[in-house]
Design a protein around this ligand. Sequence first.
Ligand SMILES: Nc1ncnc2c1ncn2[C@@H]1O[C@H](COP(=O)(O)OP(=O)(O)OP(=O)(O)O)[C@@H](O)[C@H]1O
Length: 456
Amino acid sequence: MTDAHILIIDDNKSVLSALEILLQFEYKKIETISNPNQITSFPNLKEIDIVLLDMNFSAGVNSGNEGLYWLRELQKKAPQTSVIMMTAYGAVDLAVKALKEGATDFILKPWNNDKLLATVKSAFELRKSKKEVHELKEKETHLKQVINQNKNYIIGNSKALNGVLKMVGKVAKTYVNVLVTGENGTGKELIARELHKLSARNHEVFIPVDMGSISENLFESELFGHIKGSFTDAKEDRIGKFEAANGGTLFLDEIGNLSLQAQAKLLSAIQNRTIVRVGSNKSIPVDIRLICATNEDLDQMVADGLFREDLLYRINTIRIEVPALRDRDNDILVLTDFFLKKFTSKYGKPSLKINQQAQEKLLSYPWPGNIRELLHTIERAVILSEGNVLKPEDFLLSNKQTVSTNLNGPATLEEMELLMINSALEQNEGNYSAASEQLGISRQTLYNKLKKRGKN
Ligand SMILES: Nc1ncnc2c1ncn2[C@@H]1O[C@H](COP(=O)(O)OP(=O)(O)OP(=O)(O)O)[C@@H](O)[C@H]1O
């Protein structure tokens, strides 16, 4: 017995009962209606797999047009349902018209039982594959939505963020080098990607490089490539990031981490628009749009002799300052809502709301790790959530009490940062990975911050 649902529509009651008897041996659920007007109000029409529809209800008066009318109605209301038209000899031209309009097949009356069963069977196969395609399409649409939510989408409508986006729009179309500044996790890379997306090079590559994680001795090879045998590990010729980004955009993150020696090499490549692979003496021309980012005060570093002024001048034609999350008004809640949707969908959790007190907690926290910290906080809360409403205790924030007490005093931003780092290290018993995760910054950044303050 096939698990199919069939509806037969014919104004001739003896046709209805003959077909019902024939089909009920093979198919699980058969329903009949003798008045096609009932189609409009028929319950769960979309669940019907096959409709057998008479072509001519008014005994020749409308010569089959009524059947075509009801075919169209069915297609509107249940587009995945297969419709088989039933027509009398001599009206084959109408049946062909119905096929052109999307009917699956037609049967001539009086029918041959075997032929009719075969027609219904193949219509059911078609219905099954239509349904599968439809479900796949729905899954794909859902997946696309989730992916779009994840991809480079800049959420927020605060004045501070809108100012940045306006600037991005103006600068993107030019070829000038851009320096993006801002605290950790404010979305500097996202802004760099947006600059690329809105530029004339958007069909070319965007190559990000984290200068904070490249060791001093690999700097040159990573950026400019090397030729086989130029040093012990150089087993093959390799191109560097500059060549990989040729024609597109090269994004150098954490540019403040470069040694003075590396800065000199970078400056030379930018000035000459050529690179030389390690171990080679051949200059290779490169055409890149350069975007750099830093959370350091490069002007201060220049004053302290830690950053070359000529390099800063080169990379800094336009500077875009990305505001800290605490300076973006209501964006905290807008982003919270976005991350709640993203992570409930990712982890298959029911939709979640946050109560008033929890909102206040999120709004009054200084977010030293900015959007990355908010993202991790929400992800953790979603994973651990039970029920539909999140309360203040569902959001684990770095020792807020300590921070706000000190904020009342004459604490500077740097003191506050150090306080939070110490507190996170304390809470995680000195474990760097856990502390950096809690702060929403990379392990390397935590390391650098401590190193800068002579704590490591
Ligand atoms: N406005 C935003 N809307 C949605 N997601 C954002 C937004 N800003 C940042 N994010 C997300 O927060 C995370 C951190 O952003 P990103 O890596 O761009 O920050 P960053 O400033 O480059 O960080 P770092 O200084 O550590 O390199 C990423 O997952 C990014 O997608």
